[in-house]
Design a protein around this ligand. Structure first.
Ligand code: AMP
Length: 578
């Protein structure tokens, strides 16, 4: 156990914040309004006044599209107090992969201060469990910076993770305690970057104390990459020569000095990677690793089984909840199973409000009264809410687009389970299948594959309305645990999966399906590696690797065509659900 001041300070801060949630939230809102009531945006609603009641009554609940014209003016160089009085120092560019286009979110010096506070608290929670990992060895974190763009005003727009990797404090820690060289993290070619990060991680394999990435997709991308490149990586380690296709000079300069001929190391990696089954490969390759750190909640929950297969029993730690707009919460019980993870909100990060959401599809919608946003401390246990934030950087009653469920309280502060993205929905008729409904149905649908030793590596979907009646299409990538590339599953089992999927969808879907207003659900099995290829496809169009989230539902014709070109087999539900 670490007993440093830093650890105690971080934990103390969490206790103080969570014990005084109401007061801190009130102070924060008052401060934001004091500073910004005179801005063009807020004065439209508040005429310069700063009281909370007026704020709640007059300032509208908005989504990005509403404030986009204001943000565009800032990005185009308008220096007047449009959304906020403080100077904007950069923009965060959201990933745009969890439904929607990338957004620009204003960032101020205060945003960076809050980020530093957030990471101090997060680090203290990790230290409480694992001790000071930096004294125990090195972190193998797969990190990918995304090239920034410059707005006409000269302000840079970069992903929230890239902004973090640019921070000098982080760079100092990185060079001492991480296996990945900064040059590889900033390499513009994701493949060269991944190769060098894996190589550096393998060269220092006996020192690695954790394996991590922001989101689970990236750890799995690294494992897939290793499957494709382990022989070449071993050959580089054996000869001490870096492969010729690594042409990025930063990568070459950073990796070459640590690459010396090491046949013994190459042999041991070769023995591990040459096994037929990759069960537990992470623990075998990095025997001192204590845990795998990456978000495994929300849409990432679909990767839990695959990660567990590779992990060799290492705990999966999903500690962080935040985004381009702000940081929201920390998982205080970091060893909790992914399906039970809750994030304790931090009341100093933003002013939070919660819009009640009716998740019970079989009951009537809520009355207008019920859909008024509620304050932080007035949320009710087990109720679902959409998250709204008011930040010190110019967002007011802004819909983040995430749906959360209250699972408990830490001191006076609510804890939330991440449920789903609000806007991801499959629909043919009046049926509405949310991201969480879909994930639940997929989990049930894949059960016939479990006894066969087959894992579902990735899935996505779309509503095909090209024929009448329309139907749901699921894309599935499957993998045999024994690492057999040519996987053939009995078509009757795949049809059983389709049927189970339909059985698990909600009442409205099932009744439309029975009336043949929705045609039989279709499952398209895609080739191995298709979901990594889909990620690459998004990355080639601008999505940052570090923040990539597999879309639960495809919204563009191009994306559907992309996966259609990978399809190996199509299966349909043989009969309507009961
Ligand atoms: P971005 O702004 O591109 O970084 O994306 C932020 C979004 O990622 C959030 O609004 C969530 O939808 C998702 N996200 C972040 N952290 C988590 C988490 N711990 N669990 C589930 N989803 C998350």
């Amino acid at each position: 156990m670490a007993t440093t001041n830093e650890l105690e300070d971080g934990l103390k801060m969490i206790e103080e914040l969570t014990a005084n949630a109401e007061q801190i939230q009130e102070q924060l809102l008052a401060q934001i309004l004091d500073r910004n009531a005179g801005t063009e945006y807020l004065s439209r609603f508040l005429s310069g006044k700063t009281d909370k009641e007026l704020f709640k009554m007059k300032v509208p609940v908005v989504s990005y599209e509403y404030i986009k014209p204001y943000i565009d003016r800032i990005a185009n160089g308008d220096k007047s107090n449009i959304l906020l009085a403080e100077s904007v120092i950069e923009f965060h560019r959201s990933s745009g992969t969890s439904g929607g286009k990338p957004k620009l979110i204003p960032v101020t010096a205060e945003t960076h201060n809050l980020r530093a506070l957030y990471f101090t608290m997060l680090a203290s929670v990790m230290k409480r469990q694992f001790g000071n990992v930096d004294q125990q060895g090195k972190r193998l974190e797969f990190l990918f910076a995304k090239q920034e763009i410059e707005t006409p005003s000269g302000l840079k727009a970069r992903s929230v993770s890239t902004s973090f990797y640019m921070d000098q404090g982080f760079r100092n820690i990185l060079s001492k305690h991480y296996t990945s060289p900064i040059e590889a993290i900033f390499c513009s070619d994701p493949n060269q970057s991944m190769y060098c990060q894996l190589l550096a991680g393998l060269l220092q394999r006996d020192e690695v104390v954790l394996v991590a990435s922001n989101f689970a997709t990236v750890v799995l991308r690294a494992i897939k990459f290793l499957e494709d490149y382990w022989k070449e990586l071993c050959s580089d380690i054996r000869s001490g020569q870096l492969s010729g296709w690594i042409t990025d000079s930063g990568c070459r300069n950073a990796v070459s000095p640590i690459l010396e001929p090491n046949p013994r190391l190459a042999d041991s990696i070769q023995n591990i990677c040459g096994c037929k089954s990759w069960d537990g490969i992470i623990k075998k390759l990095w025997p001192k690793a204590k845990f795998i750190g990456s978000v495994t909640t929300g849409v990432m929950s679909q990767y839990v089984d695959t990660l567990k297969f590779y992990s060799g029993g290492l705990p999966l730690v999903s500690a962080f909840y935040g985004g381009s707009e702000a940081f929201y919460g920390i998982n205080l019980e970091i060893l909790t199973e992914p399906s039970h993870v809750s994030y304790t909100f931090l009341p100093n990060m933003a002013y939070f409000e919660f819009l009640p959401v009716n998740k019970d599809k079989d009951t009537l919608p809520m009355s207008q009264e019920d859909v008024e946003p509620v304050d932080f401390i007035n949320v009710k246990l087990d109720q679902y809410y959409e998250l709204l934030v008011t930040t010190s950087a110019g967002l007011y009653r802004y819909k983040v687009g995430d749906v959360l469920r209250v699972t408990g309280f830490h001191n006076t502060t609510p804890q939330f389970q991440f449920v789903e993205r609000q806007n991801v929905i499959l629909s043919i008729d009046s049926d509405k299948t949310s991201e969480a409904d879909l994930l639940k149905a997929v989990t049930e649908a894949k059960t016939p594959l479990d006894p066969l030793g087959v894992i579902l590596v990735g899935h996505t979907s779309y509503a095909d309305t090209s024929s009448i009646p329309g139907h749901y299409v699921l894309f599935w990538e499957l993998k045999a645990k024994e690492g057999n590339d040519r996987l053939e599953v009995d078509p009757r089992i795949m049809e059983e999966c389709c049927y189970r999927m339909e059985e698990s969808l909600n009442y409205i879907y099932r009744s439309y399906r029975k009336q043949n207003a929705i045609a039989a659900l279709e499952l398209r099995v895609v080739k191995q590696g298709s979901f990594v290829a889909l990620m690459d496809y998004y990355v080639s169009r601008g999505a940052p690797v570090s923040q990539y989230k597999t879309p639960s539902c495809l919204n563009s014709k191009e994306d559907v065509e992309f996966l259609n070109s990978e399809v190996m087999g199509k299966f349909f539900s043989p009969k309507p659900p009961m």
